[in-house]
Design a protein around this ligand. Structure first.
Ligand code: TMO
Length: 314
């Protein structure tokens, strides 16, 4: 499969593919978006292989996680198979409302991304997972340079998770510290766990982390659609983001309007693909723990799960 770099500048990935061939043929090939986290990259390869096996020509195209829905309307991308409600729901639904992106399937997986702590931190800060309790324990998470404020560790700035806004809206005694990659973030987790030092960081499910560490998400005021856009909503009537991220987020598959017109059998085929948390976590683990490349991980995963592949491909 051809891997093409479309929006390299927007990607927050630490291991972007380098190939940027210009012979991409978006007129005759089905274009599958590739994002910058492991489960997505492995499942993109799995879907690409399924379509190739059915006789289609497929390109895997590196794409920004929010701009991709506009790209679908521009005829550049046909399949985005991991639409996470929390971070990408708004950008996706905007284009669905316009009609050029189709809400094609809802996976069984439930998604969540938010502040998270390993379970021993719960013993150090009774009252967790409530966010007020966390805020009262903020100094536990302080640094030598700044012992009076807690540190919340998160990913690169271009992940745009809105945590600075949330800290401001909820008037929390925390600084938001950006790591340069997911790898760097989870290295901090590993070293904190090894020393049992207090840590609160950005995490998500499904991911490989839940395979190796027990922990919990912090419970903020429940998400509602108005929260990130309407300052008057919530406890802070002057600021947005006075809530958590969705805690039971959907995982959807988006397709371009043209896909079922041009390749109706391919559209039917991929509608049968149903991803679960367990599938995505195991795909991610092959890369993040096992060290495989996404294509190798996909081949390994498909070989280990023939019954699932048979179910999807009929
Ligand atoms: C989909 N992700 C949790 C990586 O933002």
């Amino acid at each position: 499969m051809l891997l093409v770099l479309l929006f390299a500048a927007c990607s927050g990935d630490d291991s972007d593919p380098v190939a940027a061939p210009l012979d991409l043929d978006s007129e005759t090939h089905i274009q599958i978006a590739v994002h910058n986290w492991s489960s997505q990259r492995v499942s993109a390869e799995v879907i690409g292989t399924i379509l190739q096996t059915a006789g289609y020509t497929v390109d895997l195209v590196q794409a920004d996680t929010r701009a991709v829905y506009q790209s679908m309307c521009d005829g550049e991308i046909d399949i985005v198979h991991e639409v996470w409600e929390g971070p990408f729901g708004l950008a996706f639904e905007e284009q669905v409302d316009k009609g050029c992106v189709l809400d094609w399937a809802t996976h069984s997986a439930v998604t969540r991304e938010d502040w998270w702590y390993p379970s021993y931190v719960g013993e150090l800060c009774p009252g967790l997972p409530d966010w007020n309790a966390l805020d009262e324990c903020a100094v536990l998470f302080g640094s030598q340079e700044n012992p009076s404020r807690g540190r919340f560790l998160t990913g690169p700035l271009n992940w745009l998770k809105g945590d600075e806004q949330r800290v401001a809206a909820l008037q929390m005694n925390f600084d938001v510290i950006h790591m340069e990659s997911a790898g760097a973030l989870f290295e901090e987790l590993e070293s904190a766990v090894a020393n049992r030092t207090p840590i609160v960081l950005f995490n998500w499910t499904p991911s490989y982390i839940e395979f190796i560490h027990d922990g919990s998400f912090v419970e903020f005021p429940s998400f509602e659609e108005e929260c990130p856009i309407d300052p008057s909503w919530g406890d802070n009537s002057a600021l947005t983001h006075d809530c958590g991220n969705p805690s039971n987020g959907y995982l959807k598959m988006a397709i371009s309007q043209r896909l079922p017109e041009r390749w109706p059998l391919a559209a039917d085929l991929i509608a049968r693909i149903d991803l679960t948390n367990e599938m995505l976590a195991s795909m991610a683990a092959l890369v993040d723990v096992g060290g495989l490349e996404p294509a190798e991980a996909a081949a390994t995963w498909m070989a280990a799960n023939p019954a699932i592949i048979a179910l999807w491909t009929g």
